[in-house]
Design a protein around this ligand. Structure first.
Ligand SMILES: Cc1cc2nc3c(=O)[nH]c(=O)nc-3n(C[C@H](O)[C@H](O)[C@H](O)COP(=O)(O)OP(=O)(O)OC[C@H]3O[C@@H](n4cnc5c(N)ncnc54)[C@H](O)[C@@H]3O)c2cc1C
Length: 294
């Protein structure tokens, strides 16, 4: 059986290729820019030309899909890759099972209803298409050939036009790569108080993330830094949730971290039932004390 992996970032490409190896004899990796070698039997890089939009990689990836004829497709759940994958599945007369957190003989386990429930489904089409959450194949080893091949861009018949672009503000270090993540929630009363979380990040070399209300509610943090069912799903070694109540929609994005630490002034906050280490206290006292002690 052959598996096709579609990914945008190096780490995701590596992890999904390793996971694909547990399902298939042959693994073909297609990346939109990333170039990890030695993780698949064949690595095909689709470089998006200047002025083009990554979603238009569909035309190129479709050619690869037709030529490789995989039985299963595993994809990194980025916006660009999802856009490509949805169209591939539609062309193949199949649907995509999204947010998969485990693949077993029984089927693909995925989260639904804001992460409150999980279900196991089997793909109905000839080809199974999955978007897979980070950390699903933690521990699987990627193996493969070192050759990385560039694929010529196939321009679609009706290409998207890039009108303008600008660099988005980042939340400090790359959150997917960070071993430690400090996440700020609505327990921070003022935007300026986030400096307390930033100081902790500096001490533990962590990235700063947040709960959704800090992006969409008050716009204190960039939208790409919120964690949860509709945001990032992170698996750092250490996740420090500061002033976060522990709603399921948030916890889905962090509960597979190595260890979850929670700081909250309410001893009955739901997060204390879901963390590995909990500290009841006010952020304005706990965070400076923690930073001083580290
Ligand atoms: C469809 C849907 C999707 C959603 N997706 C997401 C998602 O992806 N990610 C996400 O984060 N949310 C998501 N939400 C929102 C989610 O349901 C919660 O509303 C949100 O996670 C709450 O954020 P919070 O914990 O920061 O705030 P709150 O729930 O308000 O909690 C704040 C916590 O801070 C504590 N606190 C207050 N002051 C202090 C202090 N001085 N010191 C210490 N502790 C203090 C309080 O005791 C409280 O527990 C979604 C909601 C819906 C309906």
């Amino acid at each position: 059986m052959k598996a096709l992996v579609i990914a945008e970032r190096d780490e995701a490409a590596r992890e999904l290729a390793a996971g694909a190896r547990t399902l298939a004899d042959e693994v073909v990796l297609v990346t939109l820019g990333a170039t990890p070698a030695g993780v698949a039997d064949k690595t095909l890089v689709v470089n998006v030309p200047a002025g083009a939009v990554a979603d238009d990689a569909y035309a190129t990836v479709r050619g690869i899909f037709d030529a490789e004829a995989p039985a299963v497709v595993l994809a990194e759940p980025t916006r660009h890759v999802k856009s490509v994958l949805g169209r591939l599945a539609a062309a193949a007369g199949a649907s995509v099972i999204t947010d998969v957190v485990e693949l077993t003989e029984a089927g693909a386990k995925s989260l639904y209803f804001g992460g409150v429930g999980e279900r196991v489904r089997k793909s109905a089409g000839d080809v199974a298409f999955y978007t897979v959450a980070a950390g699903t194949f933690d521990g699987a080893a990627a193996t493969g050939a070192d050759a990385v091949e560039e694929v010529a861009w196939v321009a679609p018949a009706a290409a998207l036009e890039l009108v303008s672009s600008r660099e988005r503000e980042k939340g400090g270090s790359d959150l997917f790569k960070a071993d430690a993540v400090v996440a700020a929630g609505r327990g921070f009363a003022e935007e300026s108080e986030l400096d307390l979380a930033r100081e902790l990040c500096a001490k533990i070399d962590g990235g700063l993330a947040c709960s959704r209300p800090l992006t969409e509610g008050v716009d204190w943090m960039p939208s790409g830094t919120y964690v949860g069912v509709s945001g990032l799903v992170l698996t750092p070694k250490v996740y420090v949730a500061c002033g976060i109540s522990g709603q399921m929609q948030h916890m889905v994005g962090c509960n597979r971290s190595g260890a979850v630490f929670a700081i909250n002034k309410d001893k009955n906050a739901p997060i204390f039932k879901q963390c590995d280490f909990g500290l009841v206290g006010d952020l304005s006292e706990v965070l400076p004390a923690l930073v001083a002690a580290l």
